[in-house]
Design a protein around this ligand. Structure first.
Ligand SMILES: [Zn+2]
Length: 251
């Protein structure tokens, strides 16, 4: 019997967390709009593309600040860009008051452009890029936000191929049922339960019984050597990693 790995502990915790969160109404990750359709993370493709475009626009600014990590978040009042420079243990928070009727991405664009303008203005005065960067970081410096809060955790998710996902569905198993001890028994139990319905001897469908056997076999194989995907991200906040120069959506 395989011991429960630390990865599984983390994952189970995450799933419980996300299941609880799932009961709440989801908001569009880009604009915060309510009442999304089930399973959707954005209100529209345009909305997602818009925020991604503005976030990529922010990369120039993050480069001049030598950002190790950054985070973008918003509420009803502000959009916020938190920056943790490579050389610092403390965060600088750039914020911009929300404009009524505008999406957070629009206000983030204004924040980025305003900060960039200010940066160029200081360079004009002082003739030093590093001075300008340091000046802005100091001006927006805060000790109220712990640096740890914008360092993305390594979250681990189980990874299934397309046919494994179909097998899971066919066996009527939920992902979380495979994350605790006794998952092999759960696969077997599910198989036995469905075999009573699909077995040709009890008048079941031969084709479905064959599919059931295949699904059973496939999930047992998965359980022997489970695959996981590691993903760096923050809960409820867009995160930027300076080492890859990439923004990642919230978990
Ligand atoms: Zn949206």
């Amino acid at each position: 019997m395989r011991n429960k790995s630390p990865e599984l502990e983390i994952m189970t915790g995450d799933l419980i967390h996300s299941r609880k969160a799932g009961r709440k109404k989801r908001k569009c990750l880009a604009c915060g709009a309510n009442s999304l359709k089930a399973g959707r993370r954005y209100c529209s493709r345009e909305c997602r593309e818009h925020v991604l475009w503005v976030l990529s626009l922010s990369k120039g600014l993050l480069k001049v600040f030598n950002a190790r990590y950054a985070a973008f978040s918003f509420n009803d009042e502000y959009v916020m860009l938190d920056v943790l420079p490579v050389w610092s243990k403390e965060i600088s928070r750039f914020q911009y008051r929300r404009t009524s009727g505008k999406k957070p991405a629009e206000d983030l664009k204004s924040l980025v452009l305003k900060s960039a303008e200010e940066w160029y203005r200081i360079i004009d005065e002082k003739n030093s890029k590093s001075y300008a960067s340091l000046f802005l970081l100091k001006k927006n410096h805060t000790t109220e936000i712990p640096a740890e809060s914008i360092k993305p955790d390594r979250k681990i998710k189980p990874r299934f191929s397309k046919s494994e996902k179909e097998a899971l569905k066919f066996l009527r198993l939920k992902i979380e049922e495979l994350l605790s001890d006794g998952h092999v028994q759960k696969i077997r139990y599910s198989y036995k339960r469905l075999a009573k319905i699909y077995h040709p001897d009890v008048g079941g469908d031969e084709e479905k019984f064959k599919k059931l056997n295949e699904a059973h076999h496939q999930m047992l194989m998965w359980a022997e050597n489970p695959q996981f995907t590691a993903r760096k991200a923050l809960v409820g906040t867009w995160s930027y990693d300076g080492s890859t120069n990439r923004w990642t959506p919230p978990l």
